[in-house]
Design a binder for this molecule. Structure first.
Ligand code: HEM
Length: 220
């Protein structure tokens, strides 16, 4: 095994991989939520933005490939870390008293699995148009795709629930990734924890506002 292989073989190596790939995801989400919020400025704003993204061709595909590789590495490292943890403690704790256990940290696995299902659904829904809850889809009219879909209660609800999982995942993930990569020192109330909370709340609120606004008729 080369140096890279033995580094990845260690728990720390996998955590670093999770941290770096997680930060790539966060960067994408910040841009994605800002782009999506253009829906509040009307069809022309968001449709021209989507058109611009598609016109970048190779750049778009480069970003897509980076994201796909990042998601695969993130999930594989998560599964392997879980297995490694279980193997290290086959009996489990009789009494578990984690030092820092928030709802966010305890829902990383289930929340992560839900997010994976969400991402697959989401791409089939808005990018390829394979899943058409409202029966219609136009690759030119992102605005119409959103408005027709989020009027349907179960679509809006699914997105709202997935965004709760996303907010929790981001809060814990953003906070622990900088620690795993080793750029932030240990501290009981570190500054980057506040930054992660703020980031998670803003991304969650931005995304959630869209299905909610359409469902209640503010965006139509
Ligand atoms: C309410 C929340 C969200 C809305 C309204 C939304 C909306 C959209 C729309 C309309 C597209 C298609 C864009 C186009 O074809 O021009 C898209 C693509 C995408 N979204 Fe979202 N999104 C949301 C949340 C998320 C989240 C939380 C993630 C990741 C965890 C995500 C990841 C993606 C990805 C990977 C694509 C494919 C991009 C591509 O084709 O290159 N989205 N989204």
């Amino acid at each position: 095994m080369g140096r890279l292989g033995s580094f990845y073989g260690s728990m720390v190596g996998k955590k670093v991989v999770m941290g770096v790939t997680g930060l790539i995801g966060i960067a994408y989400l910040i841009l994605h939520v800002l782009g999506n919020l253009l829906v509040f400025r009307g069809p022309t704003a968001i449709n021209s933005y989507a058109h611009f993204l598609k016109s970048t061709g190779e750049l778009l595909w480069t970003v897509r490939i980076i994201l796909i590789v990042a998601v695969i590495l993130h999930v594989v490292a998560a599964v392997q870390l879980t297995q490694q943890n279980r193997a290290a403690r086959p009996i489990g704790y009789t009494r578990r008293e984690p030092q820092v256990a928030t709802i966010a940290s305890r829902t990383m696995r289930w929340g992560g699995a839900l997010l994976l299902i969400f991402i697959i659904f989401h791409i089939l829904h808005f990018t390829t148009g394979t899943i058409r809850p409202a029966g219609v889809f136009s690759s030119e009219d992102v605005y119409a795709n959103m408005v027709t879909s989020f009027r349907i209660w179960w679509v809006a609800l699914f997105y709202v629930i997935a965004m709760v999982a996303l907010g929790l995942h981001l809060f814990h993930g953003a906070w622990s990734s900088v620690r795993s990569i080793g750029v932030s020192p240990k501290s009981p109330q570190p500054f980057h924890r506040t930054v992660s909370l703020l980031l998670a709340v803003l991304v969650w609120a931005g995304f959630t506002s869209i299905p909610v606004a359409v469902f209640v008729g503010l965006v139509r």
